[in-house]
Structures are given as structure tokens and as C-alpha cells.
Design a protein around this ligand. Structure first.
Ligand code: HEM
Length: 471
């Protein structure tokens, strides 16, 4: 890729703390492991700390962090949060889950509300769940899962009319939810029961951040949904022989023979949590970037016109859609949907020369490293070609939209294929365009990096030439 992969660190205050900006040139000039610096941006308010600035312009604050150090400390409502910005520190935090674990009050509350499925487990009981879930996303299953994606995009777009205004975020989240539901449950399971489960799971994973800070009674709402969901799944398992089916739930039952109904329900919730708005957001941001960069949209149309020739994208097209893949990779660089990957230290540790006591909160924010000018040339630019295979790959820890290490996204290949197929079909057949209802600024207080409003106008593309040509 076209990145300037210079190592970086700060002048003068190695392993020390400073306030104020580190100039990008001095930031680049250090590469030794011991010369990392720790900094804090100015502008913290007495009580709220940096919370006000983060609430006002979250992405601006997060992407400016590397200017202040390799490890940046923010103060939020009396708590200190540490953001690693150097790729090696990011790598250290993501891969050393013995030290940087999913522990601490936020994770405890989240587990209390959503259960202890794979995406929420701490190290101690993570591996067994990972071993059970991982085979469900083996590349050999991708063909079948891609067919579900293709069918659900077709269902979403079936009622669209030329020039219709569509809330694409909601439409794509709906597509993703139906797709994961179909992957989870056997096609033989009664439709009504599965729809009930889908509805309860989506209600349970309402990820608005305020719920994490909500008082007890409101958290109880989440718990009662989880209980109802568990009951529904148990009913389904009793009435239809789910173990004989071909969905993920049936395979989980076989892989976890001693699992209770509640254990299985919690894995289901965790998979909904992972699948609901991740790929959907990758597609939304890619569309947002394409509407702002007509030359890139034109190049993409050329690839899609050549490969798809007037029809929706399917599994076998993936090798013929390398540019679409690069557009998704670049959208995930600029707008990584999982914008906060939260960890808590389980023992004292030195990070960038700073000693963090047990219980410190460390937040990997992929957007901060992904837009670091010391790592990427034209870091804020939309340049899909930086992902051409002949360009140097970024250093480890510099591109982490799916995380890294033992907790790296279990469904990375499925999520990527889903995003590529969806984007290809939408851009080729519908060419969505921005409207006055499109607001690409990041939504406030959202657990995921999502646009505030994403209503686009869909333009049916006329492709008679392709339709008359056989595949
Ligand atoms: C473009 C799409 C996606 C992105 C950007 C994404 C991103 C991520 C990230 C950053 C993590 C690591 C979280 C951490 O370290 O704490 C993660 C984990 C996870 N993701 Fe994804 N994800 C995507 C799609 C999906 C899909 C489609 C599913 C389910 C079908 C899924 C299920 C999960 C699960 C279960 C985990 C937890 C893995 C573990 O702890 O072992 N993700 N994802």
C-alpha cells in the first residue's frame, strides 16, 4: 500500500508525559521500542474531562489522538482511559489477552444484560466457546452463507422503485439480521418461532451506549428479554429436532453437548450482536465515500459491469470483484464500525513506558491508527488502490477493523464476503445517491461508528446490453 511505514515515537519526552501536540515529523522519527511517549490532549473540562469534546466531534477527537503520543490518556467523568496509537502497542493490547482482558465494570454490566456468549467472554472461558463457534465460519461454508446473503439482498431490494428514497442503514441492518437468522436456524424450523427469536434478540442487543450506564431497573429490561429469548430457543429445541438441522444452532448443540438452553441462547445473542450492523455499516460507509468520489464510483461501475452484467452478485463472482473488495477494505480503514475495542488490565503492566495498575481501562480505537499520518499516506483520503496486492501491507497493528489475536472477529471472511456482495449488487443495479436526508457525520453516543442519517435515493440502472448477453 502507499503508506509511509515509518516507525514513530516522540521527541524529548520519551516514556514521559506531555500535553500538547507532537508534530507529525517528530512523531515519525522514533522507532525503538523504548522510546514510546505518552500524552494527553488539551481541553479536558474539570469534571467531564474530554467527554464534551468526544461527544461533540467523536471521530475528529479520536483521529487526532496520534498527534499527542503513542499512548494517549483521555479523562472521561473522572476515569482515565488509555488509547494506544502506535501499531505495536495496539498489537500488544489485542494479542495479550492474559493482561488486557474483557474485564471491568463495563464488560460485567454488558454480560449481565446480554449473557456470556463468545463476543463478551473474558479469557478464562473464551477458548471453549471459540472452539465451538469458529467451525461455523469455516471457508467451506461460505458458499452456502453467501447464497443466503444474495437471497436476502434480493428480498430487501424487491420492492424498491426508481428514485425512491431509502433509509439504507435500516434496510441493510434488516438484511443482515435476516441473513444471520437463516444461518442460525435450520430451514425446517417453524417460521413464526424463528421470527419471534429474531425480534427478541434484536431488542436485547439494543446497543445504545446509555444502556450500559442505565440504572438497575432498565438493565432488568435487558435481562427479561434474555430470559424470554432463552425460553423461545428452548421451546424451539423441544418442538423441532434442532440437532438434526443444518443451522449454526444445531452445530453448536453438537459441539457443546453439556451446554444449557441458556448457554446456547447467549451464543445466539452474541452472534446477533456481531452480525447486526457490522457488514451493514461497512456497506453504508463505502456508499457514502463513493457518493463523494465519483471517479472511484466510475471505476467500480466498470468492474461491476464487466463481472455482473446486469444481475445480482453471487459467491462465484467474488474473485472477479477485487476493486469492490478494495473499496470495502478502504471503507473499513476510514470508518471501522467497531470503533471502541475495550480492555481492562488484569495485572500491572508497562505500556509505552507507563506503568498501568490492575484495573486500568485501555481502548483500542481502530480509526486512530487507521488515519495516522505516520502510517498511511493521505490518511484521510479515500484511496482504494492503496490495497492493490503489489503495495506493501501495513505493519501489524496498523489495520485492525476485525481486531487481532485470539479474539479477532470469528466471522471475518463471512462479514467481508457479505459486504462485498451487498455493495456490488447495490451499486451495479441501484446506484444509490446522496439526498438531503444523508448525514455522514458519526452518530452521537453510538456503540458502533455509524452515520447520523443515511437516506439515499436509489436509481435503477438500465442494463439492457448485459441482459441480452448470456452469463
Ligand atoms: C465487516 C464486518 C465485521 C467487522 C468490522 C467486525 C469487527 C469485529 C471486531 C473488531 C471484533 C473484535 C472485538 C474484540 O476484540 O473485543 C469482532 C469480534 C467478533 N465478531 Fe465481528 N465483525 C464483523 C462481522 C461479524 C459478523 C458477520 C459476525 C457474526 C456472524 C461477527 C461476530 C463476531 C464475534 C462472535 C466476535 C467475538 C470473537 C471472539 O471474541 O472470539 N462479526 N468483530
Amino acid at each position: 500500500m502507499t503508506s509511509a511505514h515509518a516507525g514513530h515515537g516522540g521527541h524529548g519526552e520519551h516514556n514521559g508525559e506531555h500535553s500538547g501536540r507532537t508534530s507529525p515529523s517528530s512523531y515519525r522519527s522514533h522507532s525503538s521500542h523504548n522510546s514510546r511517549n505518552v500524552g494527553t490532549p488539551p481541553g479536558a473540562w474539570p469534571l467531564a474531562g474530554h467527554a464534551a469534546a468526544l461527544a461533540r466531534a467523536p471521530l475528529d477527537v479520536l483521529t487526532s489522538l496520534p498527534e499527542y503520543g503513542d499512548l494517549v490518556e483521555l479523562r472521561i467523568m473522572g476515569r482515565r482511559l488509555y488509547f494506544p496509537c502506535h501499531p505495536e502497542l495496539v498489537w500488544q493490547v489485542l494479542t495479550d489477552d492474559r493482561t488486557f482482558d474483557r474485564t471491568g465494570p463495563v464488560w460485567t454490566t454488558t454480560r449481565r444484560m446480554l449473557g456470556n456468549g463468545l463476543a463478551l467472554r473474558c479469557r478464562q472461558d473464551h477458548r471453549s466457546s471459540r472452539r465451538a463457534v469458529q467451525p461455523n465460519f469455516h471457508p467451506t461454508l461460505l458458499r452456502h452463507q453467501a447464497a443466503l446473503v444474495q437471497e436476502e439482498i434480493a428480498a430487501t431490494t424487491a420492492g424498491w422503485r426508481d428514485h425512491q428514497h431509502v433509509d439504507l442503514y435500516s434496510a441493510l441492518v434488516g438484511t443482515a439480521v435476516r441473513t444471520i437468522t437463516r444461518a442460525l436456524f435450520s430451514a425446517r424450523a417453524p417460521r413464526e418461532a424463528v421470527e419471534d427469536i429474531q425480534r427478541l434478540a434484536v431488542a436485547a442487543i439494543d446497543t445504545r451506549l446509555w444502556r450500559l450506564a442505565a440504572p438497575g431497573p432498565l438493565r432488568g429490561l435487558g435481562l427479561s428479554r434474555l430470559r424470554r429469548l432463552t425460553d423461545k430457543i428452548s421451546d424451539l429445541r423441544r418442538t423441532c429436532d434442532a440437532a438434526a438441522g443444518d443451522g449454526i444452532v444445531a452445530r453448536l448443540e453438537q459441539a457443546m453437548p453439556t451446554a444449557s438452553d441458556r448457554d446456547i441462547a447467549e451464543e445466539v445473542v452474541s452472534l446477533y450482536l456481531g452480525a447486526t450492523d457490522t457488514s451493514a455499516l461497512a456497506v453504508c460507509w463505502a456508499l457514502h465515500l463513493l457518493t463523494q468520489h465519483p471517479a472511484e464510483a466510475h471505476r467500480l461501475h466498470r468492474e461491476l459491469d464487466g463481472t455482473l452484467r446486469g444481475r445480482a452478485a453471487r459467491y462465484g463472482d467474488l474473485p472477479g470483484l477485487p476493486r469492490t473488495g478494495r473499496v470495502i477494505a478502504e471503507a473499513l480503514r476510514l470508518y471501522p464500525p467497531a470503533w471502541f475495542v475495550l480492555r481492562c488490565t488484569t495485572r500491572p503492566v508497562e505500556l509505552a513506558g507507563k506503568r498501568l495498575p490492575t484495573g486500568s481501562t485501555v481502548v483500542v480505537c481502530p480509526a486512530a491508527v487507521h488515519r495516522n499520518p505516520a502510517l498511511y499516506e493521505d490518511p484521510a483520503g479515500f484511496v482504494p488502490d492503496r490495497w492493490l496486492p503489489d503495495r506493501a501491507a501495513p505493519p501489524r497493528g496498523a489495520y485492525v477493523p476485525f481486531g487481532a489475536g485470539a479474539r479477532k472477529c470469528v466471522a471475518e471472511h463471512f462479514g467481508t464476503a457479505q459486504a462485498v456482495l451487498t455493495l456490488a449488487t447495490l451499486v451495479h443495479l441501484w446506484n444509490p445517491q446522496a439526498t438531503s436526508g444523508t448525514d455522514g457525520r458519526p452518530a452521537h453516543f453510538a456503540a458502533m461508528l455509524k452515520p447520523r442519517r443515511f437516506v439515499l435515493e436509489v436509481h435503477a440502472r438500465s442494463t439492457p446490453d448485459y441482459r441480452s448477453t448470456p452469463d
